[in-house]
Design a binder for this molecule. Structure first.
Ligand code: ADP
Ligand code: MG
Length: 299
């Protein structure tokens, strides 16, 4: 769906995007995660054709996005700064969207009243920030885009509305194979909804992962031996981190569960247990292995 290669964008000599590469599959929910100033918004503005890249290529459904009105019909972008015309009510905005987006769905607009629960005669600019965000989602979803790009979308939404909004978006993903790219500075905020995560730092994607793969790749192993730890044990496993508390040793190991189990059995421990890691733990070890401090990037 999206393929970005060697993308560069500078502002007055400052490299906001630095030879960035990224790829997003159709129908996936891709979380773009990184600290403030990493370049997420700049990347998104390039992806949605608002900025013109200095160099590199951006293809959305195999077409360049910049000045491509046909493609922009299929993309909804909910920015961190919302836009509504001064005197427009929600209904006026809906009519405006219906004029722009060919797939606009009035039935859906009616149906989603039950979820968003705001009187459509109210003026958008007079609504609270959180309500304005709700309206943006409402309008965005009814435009039935192929690609939804969300920049820090959960800011300002209360927990119930956050859950409802994600439920509606994920339904579109499941039913129509809509693709979602969503940015946040917080991993925990997105881990429940994303199937892919790209970690962004200093204008680059430093790590891109499918979450299903990630969870099967790294494990926490707790093991106790009767006496010395056998040499063969440490030599046979790809150990990322180890610690010891009393006679119980804890290892963070990269590899498939079956193989780790086989190695453990061969070494005849007193006991052992293989546990899954939380996503946060996985990223601590992955980024640590690449020379990045997790805290600097994802807290
Ligand atoms: P994020 O969304 O990850 O917080 P941004 O993409 O907004 O980061 O910004 C990345 C860097 O680019 C920041 O250092 C920011 O100051 C700079 N930047 C972004 N937009 C502009 C602009 N229009 N002019 C100058 N510098 C900018
Ligand atoms: Mg931003």
């Amino acid at each position: 769906m999206i393929r970005v290669e060697n993308l560069n964008k500078s502002f007055d000599g400052f490299k906001a995007l630095d030879n960035l590469n990224l790829s997003v599959k159709k129908g996936s929910v891709y979380g773009l995660i990184g600290p403030n100033g990493a370049g997420k918004t700049t990347l998104i503005k390039n992806l949605t054709g608002i900025y013109k890249p200095d160099s590199g290529s951006i293809l959305v459904e195999n077409e360049p996005v910049y000045e491509n009105t046909y493609l922009k019909q299929k993309i909804v972008y909910i920015s961190d700064e919302l836009f509504f015309f001064t005197t427009y009510s929600i209904m006026d905005m809906a009519k405006y969207y219906a004029g722009i987006y060919k797939n606009w769905d009035w039935n859906m607009f009616e149906k989603l009243r039950e979820i968003f629960k705001i009187d459509v005669k109210r003026r958008c600019r007079r609504l609270s920030k959180g309500m304005q965000k709700q309206v943006s989602f409402w309008l965005g979803i009814c435009s039935r885009p192929d690609l939804m790009v969300l920049d820090e979308p959960v800011d300002g939404l209360d927990p119930v509305m956050r859950r409802n909004t994600w439920a509606v978006i994920l339904q579109e993903v499941a039913e129509r194979n809509m693709t979602v790219l969503v940015s946040s500075h917080n991993l925990r905020e997105l881990e429940d909804v994303c199937d892919h995560v790209g970690i962004m730092f200093n204008g680059k994607i430093v790590l891109e992962k499918a979450l299903d793969d990630v969870k099967g790749e790294i494990h926490k192993l707790q093991i106790a031996f009767n006496g010395e730890t056998p040499h063969i044990f440490k030599e046979s496993l790809n150990i990322l981190h180890s610690s010891k508390f009393g006679s119980v040793e804890t290892y963070i190991v990269r590899g498939k569960t079956d193989i780790i189990k086989a190695v453990c059995k061969d070494c005849s421990p007193l006991l052992y247990d293989i546990l899954p890691l939380t996503l946060e733990e996985i990223f601590i070890y992955e980024l640590g292995g690449m020379g990045y401090e997790f805290e600097n990037i994802l807290i």
